[in-house]
Design a protein around this ligand. Structure first.
Ligand code: SAH
Ligand code: SF4
Ligand code: F3S
Length: 434
């Protein structure tokens, strides 16, 4: 195989997977590879995969097949959670050149170089010393950037592969995070979203995520802070207080609940109840009354009865989420739930998902409608579809379209004049005469 010179990274998973994709690209660039805008043109394509549901995993194999047909000479590296879960099996089944797990990707450039001159290479180690120390510094980023502060999960929900693909819960050191935040701001970020599989479990032994957010609030040039994904049991009072006290912490909380039925939550090993979840939300709303709430839901967990599903509907009716993600349960190899009795038929899952999404969509539209007439600051992230149109994000994470908007990276005040199911329309606010 000729020595590869160009690369392209394609990310398929969650926000942390996207963050990993950026850092792999930076590692490849630092090693002298040039970035190709299009996957077809690249000598090496890095597929940064997701294992969370069956569909995501199967997509990897169909993608590899398609790529091999199109350009048999192209080098393929499989990274991400499927790489961790399936390891050498991917090399056997799909004849790829490199397999690299989420904790080993600082070695990607070397693995690519070795595979170019020899046999396929694999690294799915979860080393004691974290990859972060071995990665190059951040370069250019957009106005809204991700920063991983915590990785891995010790919760072992019975349906979930993440504890296996990402390993144990590890918090990055306070100073390393603040340093990376400053580098991101220097590289163009105005907003940082702190990432972790259980981001609110972040701790350095003394301080919690609330303290970290307070420290980041003091970073010059950082206008907005967000964090995701949180676990209901790790919402410390310090973090809840931060929502009341830290101006740059945006009024948005993604707090997955999965089900409204205590029996199902127990079978999922969620270790919170319907009631304890609702009580956490009450405290958060007391601290920040205008907070937008988001959640994740799974329908059709093994054994879920119609009445238990209706408990989820009634919880949703009680909370009125601003945004939500809902999924049909997908049995994952190696997880306890995959072997549980009472697997639910596909038609039942389809029906429940539709009913749930109908309510969630209605709630999202109602939340969007309720912002009409409000004045708020938006961060411009990219150009819109039509000439002159720009797209920004509201404090509540809604997409806001402005005609003739200012350039990417601007923070501007707008009046929200209209709302659609998935976006708002804003008009630059005219300053009131004093
Ligand atoms: N750490 C986060 C996110 C985990 S993955 C958390 O605890 O909430 C993101 C979402 O995918 C989960 O919240 C869950 O709703 C969904 N999910 C995870 N495993 C799944 C499975 N086997 N089938 C269907 N959805 C799943
Ligand atoms: Fe998966 Fe549960 Fe951990 Fe979230 S808390 S990553 S759903 S095991
Ligand atoms: Fe997918 Fe791994 Fe994220 S399984 S959701 S890419 S942690």
């Amino acid at each position: 195989m000729p020595t590869p010179k160009t690369f392209h990274v394609k990310s398929f998973g969650c926000q942390m997977n996207v963050y990993d994709g950026e850092r792999m690209a930076e590692a490849m660039a630092a090693a002298g590879y040039a970035s190709a805008a299009d996957a077809t043109d690249a000598d090496v394509v890095v597929l940064n995969t997701c294992h969370i549901r069956e569909k995501a995993t199967e997509k990897v194999y169909s993608d590899i097949g398609r790529m091999k047909k199109r350009r048999p000479d192209q080098m393929i590296a499989v990274a991400g959670c499927v790489a961790q879960a399936e390891g050498a099996e991917i090399i056997r089944r799909a004849k790829v050149d490199v397999v690299v797990g989420p904790q080993a990707y600082h070695n990607l450039p070397q693995l690519v170089a070795d595979a170019a001159t020899g046999a396929p290479t694999l690294d799915t180690d979860m080393p004691l010393l974290s990859k972060f120390g071995a990665l190059p510094a951040r370069r250019r980023v957009g106005p809204s950037a991700f920063l991983t502060v915590q990785e891995g999960c010790d919760k072992f929900c019975t349906y979930c592969v993440v504890p296996y693909t990402r390993g144990a819960e590890v918090s990055r050191p306070f100073d390393a995070i603040v340093e990376e935040a400053k580098a991101l701001v220097d590289a163009g970020a105005k907003e940082i979203t702190l990432l972790g599989q259980n981001v609110n479990a972040w701790s350095d032994g003394k301080q919690d995520l609330g303290s970290l957010i307070r420290a980041l609030d003091r970073v010059d040039g950082l206008a907005r802070i967000r964090y995701t994904t949180s676990h209901p049991n790790d919402m410390t009072q310090g973090l809840i207080d931060a929502h009341a006290e830290v101006p740059s912490l945006m009024p948005f909380l993604h707090l997955p609940v999965q089900s409204g039925s205590d029996r199902v939550l127990k079978a999922m090993n969620r270790s919170h109840s319907r009631d304890s979840y609702l009580r956490v939300l009450e405290r958060v709303r007391a601290a920040r009354p205008d907070i937008a709430l988001s959640g994740d839901f799974i329908v059709g967990f093994p054994g879920e009865t119609e009445a238990e599903f209706e408990d989820t509907l009634s919880l949703v009716a009680e909370v009125r989420h601003a945004m939500a993600f809902s999924f049909k349960y997908s049995p994952r190899p190696g997880t306890p739930a995959a072997d549980m009795a009472g697997q639910i038929a596909a038609e039942v899952m389809d029906d429940r998902l539709q009913r749930l999404q109908a309510v969630l969509n209605r709630d999202q539209e109602a939340f969007n409608q309720a912002t009409v007439g409000k004045r708020c600051t938006i961060l411009i992230e990219r150009a819109g579809k039509k000439p002159g149109q720009m797209l920004g994000k509201s404090p509540w994470l809604q997409s806001v379209i402005v005609e003739d908007g200012p350039p990417v990276g601007s923070l501007i005040e707008v009046d929200i004049v209209a709302a659609w199911p998935n976006s708002l329309v804003g008009v630059a606010a005219v300053a009131q005469a004093a």
